[in-house]
Structures are given as structure tokens and as C-alpha cells.
Design a protein around this ligand. Structure first.
Ligand code: FAD
Length: 339
């Protein structure tokens, strides 16, 4: 059984940000390193909703499209990413230019997660991908994680940070018979997320979307976001990501993939300027963002056998920035408890 000071479940942005803060932040604050840190991620690569798909030669961001920065904490990290070439400014608004930078990642959002991963591995953090935690339990002295299909020996840790969407965290705790404190139970069990359907269309020529190659349409009943990944600078060939509006996503959710594609293809053509679709795929996002986020950036639900902290974009301000800052807050809560 591998033994860790801090085990982070989920290698999306919140999990990676928590790990970075644990190895860099605690030391910078004069507290010294917190000990051995590991991240376990169910997916084949780190990133979670920082997701990029390759279809033939096309490269499409199909989860988060861009991010903005309002906090000093994220700004400090973005300054580092800009210097490393891991992010670039895409634009300062879509239909309206409002002066606030929207950032993209060259190579797609998943490349930013890979960049974070490399930095963590250089700092000695173990990142385990392709392993799905089945249960989180306590053996009385340590937190223990067991794995789906016993694909990995259980891990044990002094502190645990759980970053999947809240319904998935609750399932892991139920499987391990870890009780959620009564004062938080009802609210956590009622936690819901918006869904989104992502239609990914590779084209034979540019769709000619207006600069910067994307439309943000919060009031549109069909597509809330439409972006040409070539104009965005991440795909060598024209390839458009369409995200459906929340209400339409919920309405179409139970249909088969073929039926959803059939329903969305005609409205999508209106954005293509006559270009032909050469390949088409659908991606379903069950947890896009919380309907009502938890007001604090993280939540400690147990102190024994060590801190057990819930984090992710469900906590704090949501979206990319909320997830980043949630990971940071969870790491700080754990570091304070351990040091
Ligand atoms: C379609 C879409 C569009 C979006 N657009 C934007 C945007 O333009 N701008 C913006 O700011 N934000 C956007 N977001 C939101 C942003 O992507 C998220 O807020 C952020 O990436 C969430 O990060 P996270 O670490 O909290 O969660 P996730 O990225 O979901 O990370 C959680 C990780 O936990 C892993 N996991 C789950 N269960 C287990 C388990 N049992 N064992 C091990 N690992 C597990 C998952 O595989 C996942 O990698 C968008 C999201 C979606 C889906």
C-alpha cells in the first residue's frame, strides 16, 4: 500500500492546483514541504474538463474554451504560464470588446494540464492516471482509497482532497461508509450541475466566423458558444466546437447520440458559411458547472483521521478560476492542519 502525506482525488484543474500549492506554496510561506503528495485521476490524462480532442488533423477544445482572471492568486500563476508559453491571450471579448483578456492554451486546454503535470512531476509529485477511485474510507488512523476493479493497490494518506464533482465525491464517501456531517449533508446531496452537449465539426474550409473566431451567446436557445478552433489558433484545420444551451442540453439528454446529432446538425450549419462537414462527433458533459456553487472555496468535512477536504469548481466562484482557487484553498487548509 503506497503511503502519502496528501492524496488528491481528481487530476483536473482543482486537483493540479492543489498539488502545486502543496509543493510550492507551503514552502514559500516558510512552512516547509508538506511531505509526499500524489494525485489519482480516473482519465487517461490529467485535465478533466480542460479537455481537447483530436479528430483526424483537427484539434478541438471541447470542455473549457477560455478563461478570465479576476483574482491575484490566479493572476500570479497566469503570469508564470505566459512566461512559459503555456497560455496566451486569445482576445478581449467576443461580440463586445470589454478589455479583459480571455486566455487560451496553445495546443488546447489539455496541453495546459500537461504543462502543470510536468511541473508537478519535476517537484516530486506522483500523478497516477487511468485509475478510478471506488471508495474513500478511514481505517481509524489514515484515509484509504480503493480502486475500481482493483486496478491499483489501495493508497493511504494522512490528508485527502477530493475534487470530482460533488455527486461523485458523495458516492466515493458512501462506498467507504464515511459519514458527511449532518449540517452539510442536505445541501451537498442537493448539489446539481448544468449539462452541456458539445458538437464537434471538422470542416473543409473556414466557416468565416467573425473575429476572434467565436461567438458567446448566453441568451441563444440552441448554442451558447460557437468557436472555430483554427481561428482560435489551436487547430491546423477548420474545426468548430458548438456548446448547447443548458435548457436544450437537458431536453435532449435522454436521446441517443445519433438523434442528438440529427437535431443539432441543421442549426449548426447556419454558422458554417457554406463549409462542408467532413467529420462530426458528440461529447456529453454531465457536470459542466454547478447550478449554485458552495459559497466557500473548499469544505473540510472531517478532521480525523486527518483533514478531508472537498474542492473543485463546485466551491467558490466556479468556472476555471473558481476551480483553480478552490484547489489552492484546499491545499492551504490541509497544509495548515498538517504543519
Ligand atoms: C462544456 C464546458 C465548457 C466550459 N467552458 C468554460 C469556459 O469557457 N471558461 C471557464 O472558465 N470554464 C469553463 N468550463 C468550466 C471549467 O472547465 C471547470 O470549471 C473546471 O475545469 C473544473 O475543474 P475541476 O478540477 O473542478 O473539475 P474536473 O475538471 O471535472 O476535474 C475532476 C477530475 O476528477 C476525476 N475523477 C472523477 N471521479 C474520479 C474518481 N472516482 N477517481 C479518480 N478521479 C476521478 C475526473 O476524471 C476529473 O479529471 C467549462 C466546462 C465545460 C464542461
Amino acid at each position: 500500500m503506497a503511503s502519502w502525506s496528501v492524496l488528491i482525488v481528481g487530476g483536473g484543474l482543482a486537483g493540479l492546483s492543489a498539488a502545486l500549492e502543496l509543493v510550492e506554496g507551503a514552502e514559500a510561506a516558510g512552512g516547509g514541504p508538506v511531505g509526499r503528495v500524489a494525485v489519482v485521476e480516473a482519465g487517461r490524462s490529467a485535465g478533466g474538463r480542460l479537455a481537447t480532442r483530436t479528430i483526424d488533423r483537427a484539434v478541438l477544445d471541447h470542455g473549457a474554451q477560455f478563461f478570465t482572471v479576476r483574482s491575484d492568486t490566479l493572476q500570479a500563476r497566469v503570469d508564470q504560464w505566459l512566461a512559459d508559453g503555456a497560455v496566451e491571450e486569445w482576445c478581449r471579448g467576443f461580440a463586445e470588446v470589454d478589455g479583459f483578456p480571455r486566455y487560451r492554451a496553445p495546443g488546447g486546454m489539455v496541453a495546459l494540464a500537461a504543462h502543470m503535470r510536468r511541473r508537478l512531476e519535476r517537484a516530486g509529485v506522483e500523478i497516477v492516471t487511468g485509475r478510478r477511485v471506488d471508495a474513500v474510507l478511514s481505517d481509524g488512523e489514515r484515509w484509504v482509497t480503493t480502486y475500481h476493479g482493483a486496478t491499483r493497490e489501495p493508497d493511504e494518506a494522512t490528508a485527502l482532497i477530493a475534487t470530482p464533482p460533488v455527486p461523485q465525491i458523495l458516492e466515493l464517501l458512501r462506498n467507504g461508509a464515511v459519514a458527511v456531517p449532518a449540517e452539510h449533508r442536505e445541501r451537498l446531496e442537493g448539489f446539481t450541475y448544468h449539462r452541456v452537449l458539445a458538437l464537434l465539426a471538422v470542416l473543409d474550409r473556414s466557416p468565416g466566423l467573425p473575429a476572434p473566431g467565436a461567438l458567446q451567446q448566453p441568451a441563444d436557445p440552441v448554442f451558447s458558444f460557437v468557436a472555430d478552433n483554427q481561428a482560435k489558433g489551436i487547430s491546423p484545420v477548420p474545426a468548430v466546437t458548438f456548446h448547447t444551451a443548458h435548457a436544450l442540453s437537458a431536453e435532449l439528454w435522454e436521446l441517443s447520440d445519433d438523434e442528438v446529432v440529427a437535431r443539432l446538425t441543421e442549426p449548426a450549419r447556419a454558422y458554417l458559411g457554406g463549409a462542408e462537414i467532413t467529420a462530426l462527433q458528440l461529447k456529453r458533459w454531465l457536470h459542466t458547472g454547478p447550478v449554485t456553487p458552495w459559497p466557500e472555496p473548499c469544505l473540510t468535512i472531517a478532521d480525523r483521521p486527518g483533514p478531508l477536504v472537498l474542492a473543485g469548481d463546485g466551491f467558490g466562484t466556479s468556472r476555471f478560476e473558481g476551480a483553480y482557487n478552490s484547489g489552492l484553498a484546499a491545499a492551504r487548509a490541509v497544509a495548515t492542519a498538517l504543519l
